[in-house]
Design a protein around this ligand. Structure first.
Ligand code: FPP
Length: 246
């Protein structure tokens, strides 16, 4: 990956600060080729590399990839093993490249559901990339937006019960402080591939005002050009945050 920002847009689009991507369509991509679903996930990992590179080139500050949802644990055991193995492999073998590219990696989600080796790989990957400043990459693993909000509510309820916080102090800012993304700007653009038009429990709180762009491409076919298309679409939209402009 080049360290020099590249001219990736024809005009001067508004580049989102934080892009979230729901990477969908690995299974369909594989099935369409008569391949096992595992091959779709492997091709999906290549597409994730292209998305990371594209985001860094475009000047995006934060990229959150939805790699494994809380609901994905309910898939057949061999597929869960393939997916978790692939993600563990990625964490172990991609870190040096991320460091070279100035990418800081963080994992959000319930890491307690992974085995100790994967938990250690997550810890190592976060520690080794901590000095990266070019792109902040969040990988959502065993992540669910409702579970994240429930965990925040539970932590606040405990603080109230212990007398450390009064009910009147419970507001949006306090809840935000208890989310996995605390301190991270909300996504202003959420992209979903594969033609499906749902959030599927991805960054529910944080995406309240995000622009949603649905692309008719299966995730393994995703390239930097698709990211540019989504950012250009984002640029054309008027953002009002519920207010009237002008
Ligand atoms: C959805 O395809 C994709 C996932 C379950 C996420 C898996 C993503 C990867 C393996 C990319 C790897 C990411 C990193 C950060 C290395 P699907 O199986 O739901 O597809 P379908 O809807 O066509 O069945």
């Amino acid at each position: 990956m080049s360290a020099v920002p590249e001219q990736v847009f024809a005009g001067a689009p508004v580049v989102p600060v934080h892009v979230g991507i729901i990477m969908d369509g690995n299974g369909r991509w594989a099935t369409a080729r008569g391949l096992p679903r595992a091959m779709g996930h492997r091709a999906g990992a290549e597409a994730a590399r292209r998305a990371i590179e594209g985001a860094a080139r475009a000047g995006v500050g934060w990229l959150t990839l939805f790699a494994f949802s809380s609901e994905n644990w309910r898939r057949p055991e061999p597929e869960v093993r393939e997916l978790t193995g692939l993600l563990g492999h990625y964490l172990r073998h991609e870190v040096s490249q991320l460091v070279r590219d100035g990418v800081r990696l963080r994992v959000i989600g319930d890491r307690g559901r992974f085995g100790p080796d994967t938990v250690e790989a997550i810890h190592q990957a976060e520690a080794r990339t901590a000095a990266g400043t070019r792109l902040n990459l969040n990988v959502a693993l065993s992540y669910g937006g409702r579970a994240e909000i429930a965990a925040a509510a539970r932590a606040i309820a405990q603080a109230v019960a212990a007398g450390r916080v009064s009910p009147a102090e419970v507001d949006e800012a306090l809840l935000e402080q208890h989310l996995a993304t605390s301190g991270i700007p909300d996504p202003d653009l959420v992209i979903r591939t594969s033609g499906e038009q749902r959030l599927s429990n991805f960054l529910l709180w944080q995406s309240a005002y995000a622009e949603l762009v649905f692309l008719d491409v299966l995730w393994p076919d995703f390239t930097g050009a698709h990211l540019v298309t989504a950012i250009e679409e984002f640029s054309r939209r008027e953002r009002r945050y519920g207010a009237r402009l002008g």
